[in-house]
Design a protein around this ligand. Structure first.
Ligand SMILES: C[C@](O)(CO)[C@H](O)COP(=O)(O)OP(=O)(O)OC[C@H]1O[C@@H](n2ccc(N)nc2=O)[C@H](O)[C@@H]1O
Ligand SMILES: Nc1ncnc2c1ncn2[C@@H]1O[C@H](COP(=O)(O)OP(=O)(O)OP(=O)(O)O)[C@@H](O)[C@H]1O
Length: 303
């Protein structure tokens, strides 16, 4: 199956891309009173990911199916996002628009075609959530600004705003302060060691460095991204999940810049030569995918 994502440049399309992300760098610069951590991270969006098929209905219902049966429950972020947007439309829009929305009795039938690993650090759930918000905003003719959708998304997951706004970016705060950041054309091999890692568990590890020195966006250019970069969670995850360490060591033999994305378990290596990446992918003993980095999300390209 070809999971490289086409741009959504036709308003009548009912297929909507949910790109993956990689954290090219990730560090924690502080912690909030509510326990959430302030991060500094460079997010690279990819041209690879899940897809949502959406059919608009007029029965006020949100119906959801998923190619992965274990994700078909009502706690799926797609359903939660659709319901939250519906509530927002009814309660928060000015009277006229809210009334109009209720009169149309908008609903949707949504199918998620899942290819991204769950708990893999590539942001699959957050991207599904963001695409649901952006797509239904258009299909339900709500005309809410992306910033409003990003605020709604933040209440569902810290990684949702970047997927809503749609640019590879330098990300601060818990994930809501975004500065678009242009990255050079690069190919990535993403290796999936097969472990499902709980993000909350990694964030609560006492060994995590929580007080790294913050940098400014100006310092970023000196970091030699996407090749150089560090992930403050990598050593902790490798200690707890030997399969992640094994896959990382394997990948490092071919590309010394290999590292982990997010809270794991996926690992990636950047390449400026696509053929070289393909050669290494063909020798990989774990499931893996090849992707190209993009500065604008396939969800937004052509919108
Ligand atoms: C590690 C990253 O993937 C880097 O991109 C993200 O920061 C994680 O973002 P996410 O998966 O959208 O995270 P959420 O679903 O919002 O949060 C899961 C759990 O991780 C912890 N969490 C998350 C984000 C953050 N900045 N600080 C945290 O402490 C919280 O305990 C939270 O309950
Ligand atoms: N549509 C969805 N796709 C994947 N996971 C979902 C979805 N909806 C809810 N979840 C739940 O969210 C959790 C994390 O999923 P996800 O795959 O996004 O993790 P991740 O790739 O590690 O994300 P991140 O990099 O943002 O931490 C899973 O435990 C899963 O049960």
């Amino acid at each position: 199956m070809n999971n490289h994502l086409p741009s959504n440049n036709d308003a009548s399309l009912t297929t909507w891309p949910c790109p993956a992300k990689l954290n090219l760098s990730l560090k924690i610069v502080g912690q909030r009173d509510n326990g959430y951590h302030n991060l500094q991270s460079v997010f690279q969006l990819l041209d690879y990911g899940d897809k949502l098929n959406i059919e608009v209905t007029r029965n006020g219902q949100i119906n959801f199916t998923c190619s992965a049966p274990e994700l078909s429950g009502t706690d799926n972020l797609v359903i939660r996002a659709a319901k939250k947007l519906r509530e927002f439309a009814i309660n928060q829009l000015d009277n006229q628009s809210g009334k109009q929305f209720a009169e149309k009795n908008w609903g949707a039938f949504i199918h998620l075609d899942k290819v991204l690993p769950v708990g893999g650090g590539v942001g699959g759930g957050s991207s599904n959530c963001a695409t649901t918000l952006v797509a239904l905003n258009q299909l339900w003719q709500l005309e809410l600004p992306l910033k409003t959708l990003a605020d709604i998304g933040l209440s569902l997951g810290a990684d949702v705003p970047i997927f809503v706004m749609g640019n590879s970016a330098f990300v601060e705060g818990i994930g809501e302060i975004l500065t678009p950041f242009e990255l050079p054309k690069t190919w990535y091999l993403v290796v999936q060691p097969g472990c499902h890692i709980s993000t909350a568990k990694i964030f609560s590890n006492p060994l995590l460095t929580r007080n790294s020195k913050a940098i400014t966006i100006r310092d970023l250019n000196a970091l030699e991204l996407p090749f150089q970069g560090t992930n403050c969670m990598q050593d902790i995850v490798c200690d707890d999940y030997p399969e992640v360490r094994k896959a990382l060591e394997w990948l490092k033999q071919f590309n010394s810049y290999a590292r982990m994305t997010g809270s794991g378990s996926c690992l990636f290596a950047p390449f400026d030569n696509e053929q070289e990446m393909r050669k290494i992918a063909s020798r990989c003993e774990w499931p893996c995918f090849e992707a190209s980095g993009v500065n604008i999300s396939p969800l937004h390209a052509g919108m």
